[in-house]
Design a protein around this ligand. Structure first.
Ligand SMILES: NC(=O)c1ccc[n+]([C@@H]2O[C@H](COP(=O)([O-])OP(=O)(O)OC[C@H]3O[C@@H](n4cnc5c(N)ncnc54)[C@H](OP(=O)(O)O)[C@@H]3O)[C@@H](O)[C@H]2O)c1
Length: 358
């Protein structure tokens, strides 16, 4: 790629916004040109506005950038968005209407019929929905979303099995990291030495998003996968990395070797050279006590899903554990991969700055 796309980050000061900065600052295809957050941050330098929580240094170029108001005026044509859902519902359409490609982390539009909910390894064809969006027709802008942080590891593990053997039922119980709740997130007195068996709206999202992601694009709509998913979601005192215990019933018989082969041979992006795509999207950890969040969340630079503990299930057919990094694979990294895939398809908005009439 000859030139780098100038990009902006909406919600740049939050947990996912900080990951965007970490993943994009030295990105070969994208250049961070604009940062925005709430009124309490705009008008400050990013270094003044942010409570930087990552274990890499805040880049000095970024620290000295001004935080802009969260409006499309002067924003670049490609926006990576990490806003709270209610704010996203209000602001993302304004950017799409102004001609921006909005690559969103929020749940606000994930289940809207004309908005693609995409993991490139799983359902890249759903990006066809972009062309049906009114924003796309009127201004060239659009909204594309990535799933909830607990859905992404699950669908990466399920997709190769759904393709080869068909999927009838999925039972999943999650152990989700505290960073999944944003910053400052869950109060320390609520989570230290504890498990909270409730995350508002999470079970519904995990169930519905999994079926949309594994569904088929049919004309201008996605037919969700005809399978049953039941989810239990728990918050646990882990910093990063969502672990999920999964039981599955398949349509066709599959041996342990068949399942291991389906996972290891899963390489749907092999024909592309996307900087953030992991070489092995689903990696099997053979040790009997893996995957574990502290030890396995950074596989594939945080973009891999690690599966393990594959064994027969006495209720369904098979059960296993899957782990993925919630703020990388499940958040900023997922959106960056969507951005790279859109760039490879030539679907990123061409102009660097949008002009907006008052
Ligand atoms: N954390 C995860 O693991 C994860 C994973 C996948 C998806 N997500 C989703 O990603 C989104 C962001 O999550 P997060 O964890 O990064 O949340 P967060 O840490 O609470 O950050 C929220 C961001 O939104 C900004 N913001 C708040 N009100 C605003 C307003 N009125 N106008 C403009 N900006 C505003 C905040 O700016 P200020 O600092 O100025 O307040 C901050 O930059 C959410 O929709 C979440 O569900 C999160």
């Amino acid at each position: 790629m000859q030139t780098r796309h100038k990009i902006g980050i909406l919600g740049a000061t939050g947990v996912i916004g900080q990951r965007f900065i970490q993943l994009l600052e030295a990105h070969p295809w994208f250049e961070i040109a604009w940062l925005a957050a709430s009124d309490k941050s705009s008008g400050k330098t990013y270094g003044e506005a942010v409570k930087w929580k990552l274990d890499t240094q805040l880049p000095s170029r970024i620290a000295s950038m001004m935080v802009s108001p969260a409006t499309p005026e002067g924003a670049p044509g490609v926006i990576f968005a990490a806003l709270d859902t209610d704010i996203a519902r209000e602001l993302e359409p304004k950017f799409a209407a102004a001609g921006c490609a909005v690559i969103s982390n929020s749940s606000a539009f994930r289940m809207q019929a004309d908005v693609p909910l995409v993991v490139p390894e799983v359902n890249a064809s759903h990006l066809g929905l972009l062309e049906t969006q009114a924003w796309r027709k009127q201004s060239g802008g659009y909204i594309v979303t990535n799933p909830n942080c607990s859905a992404i590891g699950l669908v990466l593990a399920l997709k190769p099995l759904a393709d080869r053997f068909g999927l009838e039922s999925v039972f999943v119980s999650t152990m989700q990291a505290v960073s999944g709740a944003g910053y400052p997130g869950v109060a320390s007195l609520d989570i230290l030495g504890n498990v909270v068996p409730y995350i508002k709206g999470e079970e519904e999202k995990l169930e519905a998003e999994t079926l949309k992601l594994l569904g088929k694009l049919s004309g201008s709509r996605v037919e969700p996968l005809n399978a049953r998913v039941s989810a239990h979601c728990n918050r646990v005192p882990v910093e990063d990395g969502h672990t999920e215990s999964v039981s599955i019933k398949l349509k066709a018989k599959a041996t342990r070797d068949d399942i291991l082969a389906a996972w290891s041979e899963f390489a749907p992006l092999a024909g592309y050279t996307l900087p953030t795509a992991p070489a092995q999207p689903v990696e099997f950890a053979a040790a009997e006590d893996r995957p574990q969040p502290r030890l396995d969340r950074m596989r594939g630079k945080g973009m891999g899903a690690t599966v393990g503990r594959l064994r027969p299930c006495s209720l369904f057919d098979w059960k296993f554990t899957v782990l993925s990094h919630n703020t990388i694979r499940g958040g900023a990294g997922a959106a960056v991969l969507n951005g790279e895939f859109l760039a490879a398809l030539g679907k990123l908005v061409a102009h660097d700055h949008v002009a907006v009439s008052a």
